[in-house]
Ligand binder design. Structure first.
Ligand SMILES: *Cc1c(COP(=O)(O)O)cnc(C)c1O
Length: 502
């Protein structure tokens, strides 16, 4: 349970000699405790010196949450100012309850206000049954990162430096370090990261780029936008990533680069791909949009080829509050080129030796990414834990005879998606789960060689049988760091019901 500790409760708990169960709950993690920043000055004024020490100790275990100035202004003339603020915070941050010594002060509203005794029995009673799991609930844990994110955003709004600038550079430095590369260049989206990387290699009309037909559209779309031709290679049926052993049969004198995709959060088998690229003097651009933090033989995604392309689309593992992306590289030459192409090829300003585009990242998004990066390892480990919980539950329930689980062939898999596979009845299961309020989705229903806009590439049914089969058989289940074990049990129970009783 997530609880807001009202100031009346805190004063009593901190100045009493007895131990408080609520504070114990917060210290042991049974509850997540929050305190409004507006109550801190009050506490500092009324607490005795030794009680202040207890407050400082307690604050290590609590999270401070802050109302906006407008929220304060709206209620500050109200007699029950503190209570009104507390109610607003609980609603906007979706906390479960307020703990107060005088719940009657809050009467007549929809928020649960509990005394210590009431909270105690609530924590010990069985939780209410689950009846919904969203595929992704992006704002569910916003309050956990709010202070870090809003500090970054305030920096930017006060500086007036909205496009590129120091905030973008700070983010780039941190991302380069995280991805184990020398440099990173913030750009306007993951799609633009792919496009600008191809442009940095001078790829265009008459060139060919080898990639996967089983990916998000942007992978091949960006190749076509440069004027080059995408040449598809089928996927491995276990990892859903490019089959390295098929690449060489597609290499022609026109081939310039290979663009492997690290789909769903797991790296493609890069060792043979790097060897082929070396042998034929080709460049490698990694589409790492779904795989920040993924590893292949202890090396991070984005450091395995010449350039790595990441997306900060909100649904990715590291999402901004809008569009954004980044290119990682350890080549000084590519780094310099990317920075020039990002601003229309201008260098020095207003002098153009090449044609780039507006691929600039804005400082607000860079600040959000920089703040969230601190949490990424925790979130990634939580996703990995969720994946192993699913695997365990599916095995315990003997469901692996109906569905194939997503194996981790190259650790570390970062599970942007948790994909199960069904030889038949995939669409039936999808609508069954949606009927039970369980979010799930098909990524992707139509392989790229079948897309109308690529008809001129002259591909036909059967050209990439594994990609075609994957499009008919895969299903993504909720895996975000916010979901609970109980929600996962609910999902697996429903899948069990689908197969055994239906
Ligand atoms: C999301 C994604 C992209 C594009 O990123 P945007 O930021 O949405 O432009 C490219 N490739 C893959 C594999 C993706 O998942």
């Amino acid at each position: 349970m997530e609880i807001l500790l009202h100031y009346d409760f805190l004063i009593e708990a901190l100045s009493s000699k007895e131990k408080s169960v609520v504070i114990d709950f917060c210290k042991t993690g049974k509850c997540k405790g929050w305190v409004s920043s507006t109550t801190l000055p009050v506490l500092l004024r009324v607490l005795k010196k030794e009680d202040k020490v207890r407050l400082f100790d307690l604050l290590n275990r609590l999270s401070v949450i802050t109302p906006t100035a407008i929220e304060i202004e709206q209620v500050f003339q109200d007699e029950s100012f503190e209570e009104k603020l507390a109610l607003n915070l609980v609603r906007s941050c979706r906390l479960d309850a307020i703990v107060s010594t005088e719940p009657e002060k809050f009467s007549g509203n929809d928020v649960s206000v509990l005394t210590v005794k009431q909270l105690e029995s609530k924590v010990n009673e069985s939780p209410s049954p689950i009846n919904e799991v969203k595929l992704l609930d992006i704002s569910a844990s916003y309050h956990q990162i709010l202070n870090d994110v809003e500090a970054e955003m305030a920096d930017t709004t006060r500086s007036g430096q909205f496009i590129l600038g120091s905030k973008v550079m700070e983010m780039e430095e941190k991302i380069a370090k995280y991805c184990q590369t020398k440099y990173a260049v913030g750009v306007s989206s993951g799609t633009d990261a792919l496009l600008i990387s191809l442009m940095a290699l001078g790829i265009g009309e008459g060139d060919e780029v080898i990639t996967s037909p089983y990916t998000f559209f942007a992978t091949a779309g960006s190749i076509v936008r440069t004027g080059a031709k995408p040449v598809f290679v089928d996927i491995n049926d276990v990892t859903f990533n490019m089959k390295a052993e098929h690449i060489e049969r597609y290499i022609t004198p026109k081939t310039r680069a290979i663009m492997p995709v690290h789909l769903y959060g797991q790296c493609a088998d890069m060792e043979p791909i790097v060897a082929i690229a070396k042998k034929h003097s080709l460049n490698i651009i990694e589409d790492s949009a779904q795989s920040i933090g993924a590893e292949y033989k202890s090396k991070r995604a984005g450091s395995l080829g010449d350039m790595g392309c990441f997306s900060f689309f909100p649904a990715k593992n590291l999402g901004a509050f809008g569009d954004g992306g980044v290119v990682t590289t350890s080549s000084k030459e590519f780094y310099e080129k990317l920075k020039i192409l990002r601003v229309h090829g201008s260098n020095p300003k207003y002098y153009h030796k090449m044609i780039g585009g507006n691929f600039r990242l804005d400082a607000l998004q860079a600040g959000v990414v920089k703040a969230k990066l601190k949490f990424l390892e925790d979130w990634t480990e939580k996703r990995r834990k969720n994946a192993s919980t699913y695997n365990q539950l599916f095995r315990q329930n003997a469901l692996t005879q109906y569905i194939q689980l997503p194996p981790e062939v190259f650790p570390r898999h970062v599970y942007n998606q948790y994909i199960i596979r069904l030889e038949n009845r995939r669409d039936e299961l999808l609508s069954f789960l949606k009927g039970r309020n369980i979010g799930c989705e098909i990524y992707y229903p139509l392989p790229l060689h079948f897309q109308d806009c690529f008809q001129s590439l002259n591909y036909k049914k059967g050209d990439f049988p594994e990609s075609e089969r994957a499009a008919d058989e895969t299903l993504a289940l909720p895996i975000s760091h916010e979901i609970t074990q109980a929600q996962q049990e609910y999902i697996v129970e429903n899948i069990r019901y689908f197969f055994l009783k239906n």
